[in-house]
Design a protein. Structure first.
Ligand SMILES: C[S@@+](CC[C@H](N)C(=O)[O-])C[C@H]1O[C@@H](n2cnc3c(N)ncnc32)[C@H](O)[C@@H]1O
Length: 356
């Protein structure tokens, strides 16, 4: 059964579903979701992520991990965890860069949180030599000091959308309409309690979003690093401060499309509310660094120096490609400013590289 069939059957049986349930059924959870059935990355797929644009991205994150590990006394053993590792490219580049500290590599135990079977296979090919252990979610990760990295992971977690009306908040949902689907408004659920102070300024017609899964992950990982040590690094796109607006988007073959016509066949994402995730982590006892713009993070870590080093050994064609990739990652009109980096650490870590 396809994700669309599952969704239609659910609505026919019990009425309209929330946007969160629509995202969950479309992306992951019942075996037929977008992420469960394909490798969506790369030119032949639907979208390209930072580690697929340039090896420099994963390399700098690898060096960031080594630095954070040394700042907390180089615990041995420790967990190196990636949330939603895609093709394993970021982690492969990170571990290659981390060879500068052999003790880091011998102390780390690699854990990958991934729901997609096709992507687990790709990760096995890239990272099998490091003997990773896979998890469906973070709840089965063993205890202990951990460095946890997630690039474009939070944006795939289901959001609830609320629309302000003259009568107050209503929840956006999805209903059947003939053979297809349509948006609808429903009575709001308890998740309105998660709306941030900035959302209260919404005028009739405006939308606000909350992501309970991102908030509970921020809280759980905040509590974890505050108790067991080291840090979590999230890289994703969204505003630094909570804001009103509709950010749900569907992308297929590198183009935006209608989320209701490509159920299970397009990537669905929403902006990450970094301020809300940071608040959840702080409440759980962790220290928060950022969010800073991706350009700030990568430039502070030395992406320009790394690009110059790679270019020095490259031919003309590759030099152009290296320069273009760097521009794509740090130009404010491309990924440099919309993408943000947030670290959540043990309170002992007053400073972390990349967060000036
Ligand atoms: C946008 S891709 C990013 C991949 C990779 N981090 C990169 O930057 O190339 C999202 C990743 O998260 C995984 N994913 C999405 N939702 C997930 C969930 N609920 N639990 C675990 N993994 C999930 C996807 O299968 C994929 O590996």
């Amino acid at each position: 059964m396809t994700a669309l069939d599952l969704l239609k059957r659910r609505i026919a049986a019990s009425g309209p579903v929330t946007v969160a349930e629509f995202m969950r059924l479309s992306l992951a959870g019942e075996g037929a979701g977008y992420y469960e059935t394909r490798d969506p990355l790369g030119r032949a797929g639907d979208f390209v992520t930072a580690p697929e644009i340039s090896q420099m991205f994963g390399e700098l994150i690898g060096l960031w991990c080594v630095d954070a590990w040394e700042r907390t006394g180089a615990p041995d053993p420790f967990l190196l965890v990636e949330l939603g590792p895609g093709r394993g490219t970021l982690m492969a580049d990170a571990l290659r860069a981390a060879k500068v500290r052999p003790a880091f590599l011998s102390a780390m135990r690699l854990h990958l949180v991934e729901i997609s079977r096709p992507l687990r296979d790709a990760q096995e090919q890239r990272l099998g030599a490091f003997h990773p252990l896979w998890h469906d979610d973070t709840t089965t990760l063993p205890d202990g000091p951990a460095l946890i990295v997630g690039n474009e992971f939070l944006d795939a977690l289901p959001i609830h959308q609320f629309q302000m009306t003259e009568q107050g908040w209503r929840e956006r949902g999805v209903d059947l309409a003939g053979d297809g689907l349509s948006w609808t408004l429903m009575s709001p659920g308890a998740q309105t309690g998660l709306l941030q102070p900035a959302h209260r300024r919404a005028k009739p017609g405006e939308m606000a979003e909350v992501c309970p899964a991102a908030l509970s992950l921020g809280g759980a990982l905040g509590a974890r690093v505050a108790e067991d040590g080291i840090a979590t690094l999230f890289i994703d796109y969204g505003p630094a401060a909570s804001a009103v607006g509709d950010s749900l988007q569907a992308v297929k073959a590198h183009r935006f499309c209608d989320p209701l016509t490509e159920v299970g066949a397009a990537d669905l994402t929403a902006h990450v509310d970094f301020a809300a995730v940071a608040h959840a982590a702080r409440e759980a006892g962790a220290r928060v660094h950022g969010a800073v713009a991706q350009a700030t993070f990568l430039e502070t870590l030395g992406i320009r120096t790394r690009a110059a080093l790679l270019s020095a050994k490259a031919n003309e064609e590759d030099r152009v490609a290296i320069a273009q990739a760097m521009t794509r990652l740090i130009d404010p009109r491309q990924m440099g400013s919309l993408f943000k980096v947030l670290a959540i650490s043990h309170p002992i870590l007053h400073e972390l590289a990349g967060f000036p």
